[in-house]
Structure formats: C-alpha cells, structure tokens
Write a protein that binds this ligand. Sequence first.
Ligand code: FUC
Length: 789
Amino acid sequence: MREIEELQRPWRLWYTKPAVKWEEALPIGNGRLGGMVFGETGRERIQLNEDTLWAGFPRDTNNYEALRYLRPVRDLIMEGKYTDAERLINDKMLGVNTEPYQPLGNLWVEHIDGLEANRGGEYERELDLTTGIASTVYAYGAGTVKREAFVSTADDVMVITYEACGEALQLQVSADSLLPYHADAAADRLTLIGQCPSHVADNYRGDHPNPILFEKGRGLSFELQVQVQQEGGTITATGEGSLRIAGASRVTLLVSAATDFVRYDAAPAGGEKANARCTGRMAAAIGLGCAKLRERHIKEHSALFGRVTLDLGLTAAAYLPTDERLAAYRGGGEDPQLEALYFQYGRYLLMGSSRPGTQPANLQGIWNDRLQPPWNSNYTSNINVQMNYWPAEVCALGECHEPLFDMLAELAENGRRTALIHYGARGWAAHHNVDLWRASTPSGGDASWAFWPLGGAWLTRHLWEHYSFRPDKAFLRNSAYPLMKGSALFFLDWLVIGPEGYLVTNPSTSPENKFITESGEACSVSLASTMDISIIRELFTHCIEACLLLDEDHTFKEELEAALAKLPPYRIGRNGQLQEWYYDFGEIEPGHRHMSHLYGLHPGEQITRQTPELMEAVKTTLKRRLEHGGGHTGWSCAWLINQFARLGDGESAHRFVRMLLARSTHPNLFDDHPPFQIDGNFGGTAGIAEMLLQSHNGSIALLPALPQSWQAGSVAGLRARGGYIVDIAWSGGKWTTCSITAFDSGTCRIIHEGALVVTNAGGGSVICTDGAFAVKAGQSYLLTPYEQA
Ligand code: FUC
C-alpha cells in the first residue's frame, strides 16, 4: 500500500514521529508569513515568522571619514604594502553592523482532556509540496485527530484545522514570543502585541554587555491575531491570554500577523497600523470561510508548483519516511527520486519565502526562531542571496524573483549616497550585508568580507537573467536597465589605471579568501581580483547589449566599450589554476569555500567551450580547491554542482548532489551550512536544473551533464533563456524527445551532435542540420534526433 501511495505522491516529506528539533519541523509560508509545524500530539507548536519583523530602524550608516583614506589605501596597494592597506581599511573605511531578522513567536495548541495521544504509534505527519499543506494524523483516545496547516498567498493568512473522529476536541490555544509582548484573549479571538528591538548587537561570542536594546519609539511593533472557529462545543477565554475549546468536532484557527513597517527609509507607522493590517486580513478570511480559503490556496499554490515535473526514476527507498530515507541515502543507497524531491523542495521553499510584494528570501528564507540568528539572517551578497535566486528563472518561478528586484531598487537609492560619500563616485554601490533597512555601506568587521562594493553589481545580473528568460523590453527599459546603468556608472568611476595600463579595482578583495604576502602574512586586500573584473566585465557587457536593444544611451555605451577593452584578461597561474588575484599569490586557505574567481564559469558565461584554455584552468582550480577540502559548507557544495554542470561533468556534479544531501541536509531537508542556511537548498535545485538544461551563450543544451545514475527520466516545464519552455525525455543516458514552446517568434538554437527532426503543431516536420530553427510565438515544437534509415 505504502509503495503505491509513494508512486502516486512523490512530492511529499513525511515522518512517523513529531519534530523534536526545529530543523525537523516542516516549513510553510507565503513569502510574508511563515510557520514551522512541529506535529506534536499533546502540545502542538507552530513557530511563526513575518518577513518585515526585523530589529532596527532607518538610519544613516555611511562612514563620512572613509573617503579621506581611499587615496592613501590605493597608494599603499600600488607600493605592494597590502597589509598596511588592509589595516587602514579595517580601521577607517568600514561601517556599522546590520540588524538581524527576528522571530515573531509561537502558537501553541494543546489537548487538555488528558487522553493518551499517539496510542500504538499510529502517527504520521507530512508536507505535501504540491498543495503546500502540512498535515498530522494521530490516534487520540478512542479516535483519531487530523490536522492541517497552510499559509495562503491568495488571502495572506495561515489556516490551521483540527478534525476529530471518535473523540471530541478539548483544546487550549495560546501564543508567546521571545520578544516583549502582551497576549489577550476575548470571546473567540486571541491577540498578541509585541515590540521589536531598536538594535541587536552582533554577539556571536556572547560577551556583549547589552546585546538587545529597546529604545522608545524606534523599533517596529507587531501584532498576531488568532481567530477560533469551531463546530460544536464551547469556547472560553481563560483570562490569562489563552482560549479553551471544549466538545468540538472540528476547530479552525485563522492566523493573521503584521508589523507597522512602512519602507526602508521611513519610521514605523505605529502599532495601530499593525493592528489595521491584521484585522483587515482576518476580516476578509472570516468572510471567505475555511473551505474557500483552502480551495483558493490550493489553486494558487499548485498553479506555480505544478509548472515543473521531474522524474529521475523510482527507488525502493521511496516508501521510507523522509528522515529514514535520508539516513539510507547517507549510508550509500542510490535514491534518484530523493534527489528529485530535493529539487522540488527548493522550488517549494522559494515559493514559500519570496512572492511578489514580499521581502526577498534571506539567509533562512523566512524561517527563523532566534533573536540572534546566524549572520543576522541578512541578505549577504557575496554569494548567498544570489544563490537563493539561482533557481528562480530556470525552474519557472520568475515572479518569485521580483522581491529581489524591489530590494535592488531601494538598495540603489541608499547605494547612491554610499557611492558618493565613501568613494566620491557616481552611480550606486552596495556591500556584503544588507538588512530590511537596505544598508548599502560596508558593515563592521574584516575587509575580507565587509569590503565588497561589488554586491550590488553582482545582483544586477539577476535583472538581466529575468529579461533573458522572458524577454520583455518594458521590464528592461523601466526596471532593469536604470539599475544596471547606475551600477555601471559607479564602476566607471571606481576603476583606476593600474599596472600595465589596465583599468583595475583598487582596493579589491576576493570574497573571503586571503593570500600570503611576501613577508608571509595573511592578507585580503590587493588590486583587481579576478571576481571583481569578471563581474564588471559582465555588467558592462550586459549594459552595452541593453543600450543596443533599447536603442538609447549611445555615448554611454561607447564609454563602456572603451573601458571594457582596458580590463585585465583572465590569467593562468603557476599551478595551472585560474588566478584568483591580479598577481599569482599563494592562498592562505587553498581549500577555501568561496569559488569567487570561477564566477566567469558560473554564474557568469565568460568561460565556455569557446575558451578551452580557461576551461582547463578552471578544472585545475577546482581540483586544487577540492584536494584541500573545498565545498565544505552547504552552499559551497551547491556551487560545485553548478560549476561541474557547466563543465559538462555529470559525474562530478552528481557527486556533489550526493554530498549536499548526505552531508549537509537536516531531517526536514533544510540545508545545513552548518547551521541551517537556505542558500544550499536553492543552489542545489539550480544545480540539478543546470545538469539537465543549459541555455547560456545563445543556445540550448539538453542534458549537458547527465550522470550515470539518472539513466532514464524526464523533466517538463523548465525555462530557457530566449523565452522557452522545455520538456525533455531521455533513456540510456540520451535524450529521446524534446518539446520546445516559444514565448516569442525568432530563431531557436539547440546544441546537438547530428541532425534533428523538428515537428510543429500542425504535424509538419523539417530536418535541421545545424540545430537552428524558426519558431513562432506561442507554438510548440517536437524535436527528435534524426536517425538515418
Ligand atoms: C559568507 C560565507 C559564510 C556564510 C555567510 C552567511 O560570509 O562565507 O560561509 O555563508 O556568508
């Protein structure tokens, strides 16, 4: 029976016991409101988040002294006095730390009738990715209880239902928070009002005297409302901020939450605003009723989730609960379907943490239970927030990319001042740590990561990607290009003449690696790191293409072309590796987790089959990094999947899929950096897509990195640059049929050895020898390899 169910419902995580640890609980969310469902039988906990609930308030984080030191730092670097330059940057050119994302609280629902739960071990909890519903079923007294929880995007509320069979429900509902709060219950509604800190200090060592501050009138306010609806029985408020339900056969809890956040640069609106938002959503939800809410949620959720299907073959392990299945995989078992589940889970998590109008997915998506989450649960932009969005386009969730673009537009506003105040430059720049308040300045800390004025520039590639996957000139003209241009303007000013007459960045770091100076010291600061130049080259190239497409800014385009011609080329070092810095320095940590200098291979498109020498250098670089322990964090491992996919090395890519799942994955399939950090999930999903379909450099490659263990299978609904939907079926390691649907008319190019048969919707077919064929907007084409009779 179980086998049959798994065959029919492959996209679920399920368990035979409740979550004990937070990393075992199951995430639900609509990009704004998030919940971690524990599935406890006696006293259920749903840990809650709201995506604007952050510490802090709008403030000017610019360091007005920084510019004074730019010239001396540049001179020191030109003289080869790198450690002196680094010291000066650390002392004078950095800024203040960002603020952390905060947890909202917990909703508790307790059985208070003393009946024995979970009798005889009858228990199951699951998360169905296709519906976005987490459910728990367990024996209770002489009967059973079935619970469901989901967060609706359509109606912006969380809905929790309890359905009893055999026993009546006696429940107590309460809520609490780690933040200062007041809970009140009256009639059938529970309300919790709370306060966010005005400041939380980075306190990883735990020795800060006053790590959390609540300055009057500064932090955000928040409100949580829980409305109880029941069939049968009674409901009473306890007077201690909780509600008691007795004798009901069915109970629904509608959960609404909000803060008084207005904008990154505006003061909080005041508690009434949080209340009005909460109350408005709640009233609308009550008006709809539970059945309608559920129906509307499933319809909306499945429309997005169902766009992509993936079949990598079924394995015997499919009938095991997810945690046991993961353990079996860890023990060496093959389980391609678990890999497919991980792929779909990444899509689910992006849908749950980033939707139009919400905040972007942070280091933990939207799921966080700590006041001092690791790295503040920020948007860190030297790999992490970018990786969060790698699957967005190819996995057909382009709209989930939008919150990142909204953030970029705001970051550019702040970043304009930072460019001017810190560097005397035009345009805009943003550094490594970004929070709700859109801090564009360097944070405090160490230059190796804090001094990174390329965070914004790397993020602009996401705008270009969005355009490439779904070409829309209005988006390019109105949203993407102005931000790309602002970033490019900054770099026209930031680049200076360096050795050999090249235009270089100075100072420059290669996140977050350090090199060995001549005197044997570790240092992060020098000039023109390979990553800096790769990002700038790419940004200028994209801007030039945009100018041509939009037919505007011709003089600016010429300026960019002139600068582009003066950027230093890639260099191959003494070990045959792609050089990470301008000079061939030795690395302090040859197995460093960041693969920054390989940006041109992935996510960039500068190192391809057309540059075979550089491809070789990349392979040597990866070999060295791995020999010294590289890929040891979740995201680092996920990046390797993508890089090996780009190298067309399916076996190595798959080795890191295995490692990501076996070594860096929690029981709820959350990525384990360690600790939990969601980028690895997203990077893993993108990497699996990259193994099946690539579309950079103007042509589509089918199954470019298919490993032995995925011999037969199919994928449908992936997106390719140029504006295509691609379905591929394969067996014996080779694709057999492929369907391509074009959004626009044009020429589609497929990389394929040998001829293709291209059949159009009308059934007419042509033999195509160079892989290029004309397409019409909205039409589908069936491709098959041409076998000569
Ligand atoms: C970068 C990485 C760390 C971590 C942090 C959030 O600094 O080097 O591994 O992912 O971001």
